[in-house]
Write a protein that binds this ligand. Structure first.
Ligand code: EPZ
Length: 418
């Protein structure tokens, strides 16, 4: 199993480019199931979750052509409308094929996701939404079976709580339903907006994506399209924190500054200088002195839960006490114990973590437990004294494209070893 070996203490300097968004690319690939015509997607990050999604589509009946800077997908017919346990258990986002399959093939069989490192993460809201659109849903042998032989009918779906992939799943299903669907309390994340853009290019009639109410007027057929995925705001945010934590001087390019606004505001309050020097560039300068600032995760446009672990690593270097509250997932503090092994002072009280700093971190052997937790360990290792060895970096490979190469190019002493 691959490891990262990191020597701490290097100040990052230079330019680091953001890749396309994993969490936008995943639903975009699922959306290719909605049409028999080819859909070409650009700026798809070459990360493990994407390869898993492509494999799932091939099993279902798609022909996937991966080029240098594009992925072209054509699904002439749905051969097997199923997402098996083997794939769903490694990647929950596989449940994104549920909506497209029911809409196009009239049936779907998708494994229940089960437990996950960051919390229970059920898909009950996706299912309740599909039922509102007329799907009949049964659960047998750990699988969800959904059927709508006569097609789905539009309806009003009000999500009990905001769900990102739930909103995406339903938007895709509703695109081919008869009549109008209204999604209330919808997720407003940029990834939802990006998926709506793609669907609109495919001929869907969608209004309001990016607000809490989305209107979808079903159409009979969707067509092929070309689309470029938005940049990955979580990757960009991770690089912004990497610059700040090393007291570095880094331009993060190819990003959408507005998408990381909540993080930028917190970092400015903590004493980091961040300027938007071009429409797609954030210039980050740390001076090695940080103040503690409390933070609570929220749905977009609030502070992303996917940047909470990285922010916690940063707060171990800040002067004072920072209270970090996780409101989206119930068990997303696994990194705290590993950070503590490196010398951080973190107390967990329910869904709050109290980080007291600054602490001098020292290199240690640590284990990556999930994607973003792994990123926080990389960040901590960049400032720790001596060598850190991070085991199980396959977690980080799920969602970060060549992170070690990108960080090494701006001066980090990081290498991959077997
Ligand atoms: C998406 O997951 C992202 N994944 C996650 O990114 C991200 O952390 C999360 O949104 C929150 O921003 C993708 O986009 C592929 P939710 P998703 O449904 O859609 C509960 C990463 O690191 N809930 O918005 O699965 C759920 O348990 C990943 O890249 C239900 O109770 O998250 C959670 O507490 C990890 N029932 C909350 O809602 C449901 O049916 C929000 O989850 C669905 C969700």
């Amino acid at each position: 199993m691959d490891k990262f070996v990191i020597q701490g203490g290097a100040r990052l300097e230079g330019e680091i480019a953001t890749s396309g968004s994993k969490n936008s690319a995943l639903p975009a690939i699922a959306a290719c199931l909605l049409t028999g015509e080819p859909v070409t997607l650009r700026r798809i990050p070459r990360v493990r979750d994407i390869r898993t999604m492509e494999r799932l589509l091939v099993d279902i009946g798609a022909i996937v052509d991966v080029g240098d800077d594009y992925v072209s997908i054509r699904t002439p017919a749905i051969r097997s409308p199923e997402a098996p346990y083997e794939l769903v258990k490694t990647m929950r986002a596989s449940s994104l094929v549920l909506g497209p399959l029911v809409a196009r093939a009239g049936r779907a069989r998708v494994s229940l996701p089960g437990g996950c490192a960051i919390g229970a993460r059920p898909i009950n809201l996706h299912l309740a939404g599909l039922e509102r659109l007329g799907a009949r849903i049964h659960q047998t042998h750990g699988y969800i079976e959904a059927e709508a032989p006569e097609g789905l009918r539009g309806g009003t779906v009000r999500f009990e709580r905001i769900t990102v992939t739930g909103t995406e799943d339903l938007m895709m299903a509703a695109a081919l339903a008869h009549g109008e669907t209204v999604i209330e309390n919808a997720a407003r994340e940029p990834e939802v907006q990006d998926l709506a853009q793609l669907l609109i290019k495919m001929g869907a009639r969608i209004a309001g994506a990016g607000t809490a109410t989305i209107h979808i007027q079903g159409v009979e057929k969707l067509r092929g399209a070309e689309h470029t995925i938005i940049s990955d705001r979580i990757e960009a945010g991770t690089f912004v924190v990497a610059a700040a934590i090393t007291g570095g001087d880094v331009r993060v390019t190819g990003c959408v500054p507005e998408h990381v606004q909540a993080l930028v505001e917190k970092l400015r309050a903590a004493g980091v200088e961040i300027r938007e020097t071009a429409p797609d560039t954030l210039h980050v300068r740390g001076n090695g002195r940080l103040r503690s600032v409390d933070m609570s995760t929220e749905e977009y446009p609030g502070f992303a839960t996917d940047l909470q672990a990285q922010y916690m690593a940063l707060m171990t270097q800040a002067d004072g006490q920072a209270v970090i509250t996780e409101t989206i997932f119930e068990n997303r503090f696994m990194h705290a114990q590993e950070l503590a092994r490196m010398g951080a002072d973190i107390r967990i009280e329910g869904n709050r973590a109290v980080v007291t700093g600054p602490t001098r971190l020292s290199g240690a052997g640590v284990i990556a437990s999930d994607l973003r937790a792994s990123a926080s360990l990389v960040l901590a290792a960049l400032v720790a004294r001596g060598e850190t060895v991070i085991d199980r970096v396959y977690h980080i490979d799920r969602g970060y494209e060549k992170i070690e190469e990108k960080l090494a190019r701006v001066g980090a002493r990081i290498r991959r070893s077997e």
